[in-house]
Design a protein. Structure first.
Length: 250
């Protein structure tokens, strides 16, 4: 988009026009039978202060050894970088779940060469070694009781969102269907550099946001700012992010 348009949107939303700050928010779900972790973070060394998933889990009262299931929404480095630490599995007792289309696209050895080699090499190092412990799901496939895969293709060829339901309460994890809480919501048609199929990703964004509004589902997105959980509102003629406060207190 023209730089002036992006900067104007930032100013309208009280954001600095020339700076962009991104959050990374893996999600842990306790089903009562299993601890399920969605995405593993950047891993050590990829960014300043990265590689803190295990330490953050400890603050929540969990250890990596307690994780029963690791779900990978897609294979971009900030989601698979934390699969291993110091060459060893970060979550040694877990089984793994990911989208079938995502794995089939990234896992061939030739993906470690050419223009997608940066991701392909990391997939070979961090994902392929776990294939014998991995379950591959399609849209509407189940991860565990109450956790269902939702097709959200476009950001990557097999990018998945996930829908949670328990005792009549729901939550939608949309992963990277949006990359920014203002630009992606208020301008869902704008193309995002990180989206591999930009038109498909824009359609996914509109579908996901439309569902969140129509069904009033609380949502979490990997790049939404703290607390990374909230609602989507469109009463002002555009989608807006409404951070959760006490609505979800148990």
């Amino acid at each position: 988009m023209p730089e002036a348009d992006v900067q104007a949107l930032a100013r309208e939303n009280f954001l600095p026009p020339a700076d962009f700050e991104i959050s990374f928010a893996p999600v842990i779900v306790n089903t009562g039978k299993e601890l399920v972790l969605f995405d593993t973070g950047n891993g050590a060394g990829r960014r300043p202060n990265a590689g803190r998933t295990a330490a953050t889990l400890a603050k929540a009262g969990y250890s990596p050894e307690q994780i029963d299931v690791v779900v990978l929404t897609h294979f971009h480095p900030d989601h698979i970088g934390g699969m291993t630490e110091d060459g060893k599995p970060t979550f040694p007792n877990a089984r793994y779940v990911t989208g079938e289309a995502e794995y089939n696209f990234w896992s061939p050895k030739e993906m470690a060469e050419g223009k997608l080699a940066r991701v392909g090499k990391l997939v070979q190092a961090n994902v392929v070694p776990f294939a014998d412990k991995m379950t591959f799901v399609k849209p509407y496939g189940a991860v565990a009781s109450g956790i269902t895969a939702v097709g959200a293709f476009g950001h990557t060829p097999g990018h998945m969102a996930y829908h949670f339901e328990s005792e009549g309460r729901r939550l939608l994890l949309w992963a990277d269907s949006t990359n920014h809480y203002v630009a992606s919501l208020q301008r869902p048609d704008w193309h995002v550099r990180f989206d591999m199929d930009k038109e498909a990703a824009a359609n996914t964004r509109k579908n996901i946001l439309g569902m969140a509004v129509a069904e009033k589902i609380p949502c979490t997105g990997y790049h939404m700012p703290f607390p990374s959980v909230g609602y989507v509102d469109n009463r002002a003629g555009a989608y807006h992010w409404v951070p959760a406060s006490y609505q979800l207190n148990l």
